[in-house]
Design a protein around this ligand. Structure first.
Ligand code: FE2
Length: 386
């Protein structure tokens, strides 16, 4: 049993032996969202989530078709991009999906090899390897499509010393709200269409060399009204974790169906970001105006000591402090975790954020799925989409 529980930052050790790490992936390089107004979205992510200004490209830097703001917090880099004219293909993405994640960029040692290896195994190319250069060095990128119109871009930046990418300049802002304590991306969840989960599980196994290390079926993930299925994919060093969800048949419309209806395609459902002090982080986010899902009932918190069992004596947080902030708790053999989910962060009920603190546990809060989905269903009922 655990002697002490510390928050988990996945190291480079190979934790999933079934994975063939032919790429290998070193971590998430950045996540890029296509948005309707990047200037205002950047203000929101700074003000509400405590991201800091990092880099910028736009008319002033010679970018004629699109503007991008790069924000940073801990190891997380978010890129917010908007088109500058009606001809840009970014408009097609925005018209169909609304604001959402276009790129999950992955850091690699060799972007040419990553493209060759993945396309050889069946990936559809987004773009072939290309070099971008400036006074600070060279970055090599390549890209492949994944579910929906979402893409993975492989980034080889070992010979680059600049602020982000060639073409970007340092974004120095006079407006610098404090960090909310977000450290790194823990996992990124994709929603895919009816019956497509196993297709994408196979795709991540065959094309990317990932392994399926956790599965949840509709018997485990259901409420009175709705159901879904989920499989968690991981690369070999455990740094990249992509759960894939699909809807399951039930009495009413599940949150996954609602997502697919409003995103009008498969796409990224949530970004889970890690903190090592979820109470401080969530307090700060709530003060900043971030809206979270409504709290589970009193009975949920009453049941926590029973659910955590032996982990209770290692738990550092007061249950009352967690309840005050509506933070959820779950445990597995290795420890416990604390998590909370925001409401969708745009008008379409699509993308949202999860804040997670792992205290030894490597799971995804399966013990919270029912309470979580009941909260979501109350929101869906308000939207008339249940
Ligand atoms: Fe999650």
């Amino acid at each position: 049993m655990n002697k002490s529980l510390k928050s988990v930052d996945y190291g480079l050790e190979k934790i999933f032996d079934g994975a063939q790490d032919f790429l290998p992936l070193l971590g998430t390089d950045y996540v890029e969202l296509y948005v309707g107004n990047a200037k205002q979205a950047a203000h929101f992510y700074k003000t509400a989530f405590g991201f800091q200004s990092l880099a910028y490209r736009g008319l002033e830097t010679g970018s004629k078709d699109a503007v991008s703001y790069v924000l940073k917090q801990g190891k997380i880099r978010l890129v917010l991009t908007t088109p500058l004219n009606s001809k840009s293909s970014i408009n097609d993405h925005l018209r169909k999906h609304g604001d959402g994640v276009k790129v999950i960029a992955l850091c690699v040692d060799d972007a040419r090899a990553a493209h060759a290896e993945t396309t050889k195994r069946g990936a559809k190319s987004y773009f072939t390897p290309k070099e971008s250069q400036d006074d600070h060095g060279v970055i090599i990128t390549s890209g492949i499509y994944t579910y929906g119109e979402t893409v993975h871009i492989f980034v080889e930046r070992k010979n680059y010393k600049g602020v982000f990418f060639p073409g970007y300049e340092l974004w120095e802002s006079n407006y610098n709200p404090p960090s909310s304590g977000l450290k790194f991306i823990d996992h990124i969840v994709g929603n895919v269409g009816w019956g497509e989960m196993n297709t994408w599980v196979k795709w991540y196994e065959e094309v990317m060399g990932f392994v399926n290390f956790l599965s949840f079926d509709d018997k485990q993930i259901h409420t009175e009204y709705s159901a879904l299925m989920s499989k968690v994919m991981s690369n070999g060093n455990g740094r990249i974790k992509f759960p894939i969800n699909e809807p399951a048949k039930a009495e009413k419309r599940s949150q996954i169906e609602e997502y697919l209806d409003f995103y009008e395609d498969s796409g990224v459902q949530h970004l889970a970001v890690a903190t090592d002090d979820i109470i401080a982080t969530v307090k700060q986010l709530q003060e900043n105006g971030v809206e979270f899902l409504p709290p589970p009932p009193q009975s949920y918190y009453d049941a926590i000591p029973g659910r955590l069992g032996a982990h209770m004596k290692f738990m550092k947080e007061d249950i009352s402090a967690l309840q005050e902030l509506s933070i959820l708790v779950d445990a597995d053999e290795e420890g416990y975790l604390l998590q909370i989910f925001t409401k969708p962060i745009e008008d379409r009920p699509t993308l949202f954020f999860e804040i997670i603190q792992r205290m030894g546990a490597k799971g995804f809060g399966a013990g919270n799925f029912k309470a979580l989905f009941e909260s979501i269903e109350r929101e869906q009922a308000n939207r008339g989409t249940l």
